[in-house]
Design a protein around this ligand. Structure first.
Ligand code: NAI
Length: 752
């Protein structure tokens, strides 16, 4: 394995800029090249304002050095990996490779981010030394957020070069690697472009509306709700004909892609009119600001925009069997797409699992094409596909057994082969195959991770807390010391925890006594976890909000996925953190190396976080905000989170001692008044409502220790009682209740 201490990215556009930013997020210095240094510098400035943010912390931009290809190529000598991400033109890329070859250090690796050009074409005529160190690394847009990295190695590529890039991309950049054969469009775009093109042409042919097509091509197949037209808007409608043309030029004449790649004059006109999607004047969808931000769609016959109409599908019969317009559309597009996917086995990919992984990771499909076929039933699928005269690959032709059995996949020779993951990539789904849960109820389970570590998994919607979740947490804490020495809190779901289940809160908290009992329940359970005789490590990923954040704060350690969005957002529903979160946040701030020193600045930071319901924009940001402590870890690759959290738990378990109870030296009412005044100025500026002020004052009271005499420290119990007292007052307010109902009804906060 070679060292990649420094990188170069050439081409500072959409992809090059994003790849460079992700390397900076991993702490790696990057030389970012473009035609001139100024163009590259402008790209860095653009990255700082782009949405979704390419940088996990704005300060990471300092790791990028803008360079120009005329003046700075000599600097390539210091780079272990050089990524080419210039325009998709073979001659431009090959010209550049000649220059790179003059300046790069021997043994350095060069890769292209091409989306369609085969490696063989890119390296044609290149010297041997270049070929042995060259591969294709195809990132997806946006590179920070899309987990797929397709890798193609040529026949001459040195194994060590491939291993080096794979290791770095996996561990440092957090990517999931799918190895592809050297075929046009590799895997995801080859199939993805086919699917999009088939779906768009069929929508026109069958007279579907944009909304109908997207409703069919979305949820029923586990595809993101952008569906087909929404996705086209997202990637840029102008890119579609370019990528399609490039694919068509590279694919053999008998490839079935050509049958769907028909001219679409409607799209050509949209592009000519500047209707290129989200980046343009509008796309298949647009927000009409002149009409009070009305959502509109384009009519596929009229070409005129009209108000968006929601489509509800009959989900009772599987769509593929429905004798309806939607069913016909679904069959026309999906059967064709899945059949085409089967033809890519052995052509674009070695196996079905690579194709499934590529579509899950590159197009955010919940199930890859072969997982979809298993859901449909292979015999069923075959009958329907053959009825349409679709050619199927041998892997689908024989047998009626599923394509997947547990962690084994049917291979071309008709045998099931076990699927392996790289060492350190473990999902709870793998653990679950080893045997039943140690404990389980309707809201959570406890699993055995081996080596004396147990895993508490929330299984509710958004991993929210309700009575059963708390009950299982409590039982788990009693159970663990018998046979285990540490606990990890983790689930394979996208989000760590959305906090309290608000439905449960509303149903249970009928009066002040019940509400107080709920607050007490959460406090008791989380303190039981904090003072347990074993360490607990929270493996955060995605959202950890409100009570979910409080759960994190009570763990002995946190191992957070780089994409962790952590915050105490109770104020947004008119309450305050009352499961011990206020006290824990004060302790965090006191010890936070980032926070300004002294009791008042620390208090002010906590007050700001809580009143503004600040949510971190990454794990690195969560560390800056003080949710993560210096000893807490960050994992770039989501697939490595569980193993990393387990390792952390085992490290903490050596000579583990539960923490001592803290005491709180807090400034008392004068500080609460000062914080309240600060909040009042926001009301005067119109930035906060009267109820926001009431919430802020309650938070200020708790954080400053209530009526405490500043010379006398408060116990943890006193802090918890204070949290309960103040939250109870807020919960009684109709304005708070309206906020909670609004979130339940709309999923969005209410500013009242
Ligand atoms: P872009 O047009 O946004 O950026 C290309 C950049 O390269 C521009 O800043 C341009 O000034 C610069 N450039 C052109 N010739 C150069 C040269 N000789 N030396 C230095 N810089 C040069 O293009 P984008 O979208 O970033 O695409 C780059 C590559 O990534 C292409 O090969 C494309 O096929 C591939 N790709 C694009 C994806 C996308 O979604 N945009 C996704 C995956 C791959």
């Amino acid at each position: 394995m070679r060292d990649i201490a420094k990188m170069a990215v050439i081409g500072s556009g959409v992809m090059g800029g994003g790849i460079a930013a992700q390397a900076a997020n991993a702490g790696v210095p990057v030389l970012l090249f473009d035609v001139t240094r100024d163009v590259a510098a402008a790209a860095v400035a653009r990255l700082l304002t782009a949405e979704p943010a390419p940088f996990m912390l704005p300060a990471n931009a300092r790791l990028l050095t803008p360079c120009g290809i005329r003046d700075d190529m000599a600097l390539l000598e210091g780079c272990g990996w050089i990524v080419e991400a210039v325009v998709e033109k073979l001659d431009v890329k090959q010209d550049l490779y000649k220059q790179i070859e003059r300046f790069r250090a021997p043994g350095s690796i060069v890769s292209s981010n091409t989306s369609t050009i085969p490696l063989a074409a890119l390296t044609a005529g290149a010297p041997e030394a270049f070929k042995t160190n060259f591969l294709v690394t195809h990132f997806f847009n946006p590179p920070r957020y899309m987990r797929l990295l397709e890798i193609v190695a040529g026949p001459n590529t040195d194994r060590q070069a491939v291993d080096t890039v794979c290791h770095f991309a996996d561990h440092a950049l957090g990517k999931s690697i799918v190895h592809c054969k050297d075929r046009p469009g590799f895997i995801a775009n080859r199939l993805g472009c086919y699917w999009m093109q088939a779906a768009i042409t069929e929508a026109f042919a069958q007279g579907m509306s944009v909304e109908e097509a997207d409703a069919v091509m979305g949820k029923p197949f586990g595809i993101p709700k952008t569906g087909i037209f929404g996705l086209a808007d997202l990637v840029g409608i102008d890119l579609l004909p370019q990528v399609n043309a490039s694919l068509a030029a590279a694919l053999e004449k008998d490839d079935l892609f050509h049958a769907v790649n028909v001219p679409l004059p409607f799209l050509d006109k949209m592009i000519a009119d500047g209707l290129t999607g989200r980046k343009g004047k509008g796309g298949f969808y647009r927000i009409n600001r002149a009409q009070g931000k009305r959502k509109e769609t384009i009519g596929l016959v009229s070409g005129e925009y009209r108000p968006w109409r929601g489509v509800s599908l009959d989900e009772t019969t599987p769509l593929l069997r429905q004798d309806s317009a939607h069913g016909r559309y679904a069959r026309a597009v999906m059967l064709k797409t899945l059949a085409y996917a089967s033809l890519l086995v052995g052509d674009a990919a070695d196996d079905t699992a690579s194709i499934d992984a590529a579509m899950r990771l590159g197009y955010n499909w919940t199930w890859g094409p072969f997982e979809l076929i298993d859901r449909i039933g292979i015999a069923n699928f075959r009958t329907m596909a053959e009825r349409q005269g679709l050619p199927l690959a041998p892997v689908l032709k024989s047998g009626d057994g599923p394509l997947y059995r547990g962690r084994s996949a049917l291979s071309l020779d008709g045998n099931y082969k076990p699927l392996t993951r790289s060492p350190g990539i473990v999902l709870l789904e793998d653990v679950k195959r080893n045997g039943p849960a140690l404990l389980s109820n309707g809201s959570a389970s406890l699993w055995d991770l081996g080596d004396g570590v147990a895993c508490f998994e929330l299984t509710t919607k958004m991993n929210t807390f309700d009575a059963e979740a708390f009950a299982l947490l409590s039982r788990s804490i009693d159970f663990i010391p018998k046979n285990h020495k540490a606990l990890v809190i983790y689930s394979d779901a996208a989000n760590f925890s959305g906090g309290v289940n608000l439905n449960w809160l509303l149903a249970e908290a009928n009066g002040p006594d019940e509400f107080e009992a709920l607050a007490k329940l959460g406090q008791d359970r989380f303190k039981k976890l904090k003072y347990a005789p074993f360490p607990a490590v929270a493996a955060a990923a995605g959202l950890a909000l409100g009570g979910g954040c409080e759960l994190l704060l009570h763990c002995s350690g946190i191992q957070a996925h780089a994409e962790s969005y952590i915050g105490l957002v109770e104020a947004s529903v008119g309450i305050l953190p009352a499961w011990g979160g206020c006290g824990e946040m004060i302790l965090r701030m006191r010890n936070n190396p980032w926070a300004p020193k002294g009791p008042m600045p620390a208090l002010l930071r906590a007050f700001e976080l809580l009143t503004m319901s600040t949510v971190s924009k990454s794990a690195a940001h969560a560390r800056e905000l003080g949710f993560l402590r210096s000893g807490d870890g960050i994992t770039m690759n989501r697939g490595r989170l569980l193993a990393d959290a387990k390792a952390k738990a085992l490290a903490l378990a050596k000579n583990y001692k539960a923490p001592e109870k803290p005491s709180f030296a807090l400034p008392g009412p004068s500080a609460a008044t000062a914080l309240g005044l600060a909040a009042e100025s926001f009301v005067r500026l119109g930035k906060a409502s009267a109820h926001d002020l009431a919430v802020a004052k309650a938070i200020a009271t708790v954080l400053s220790g209530g009526d405490t005499d500043s010379t006398l420290p408060l116990t943890e119990e006193a802090m918890l009682a204070l949290e309960r007292r103040e939250v109870l007052k807020l919960a009684a307010s109709p304005l708070t209740q309206a906020r909670i109902r609004h979130v339940l009804d709309t999923g969005k906060p209410l500013r009242n």
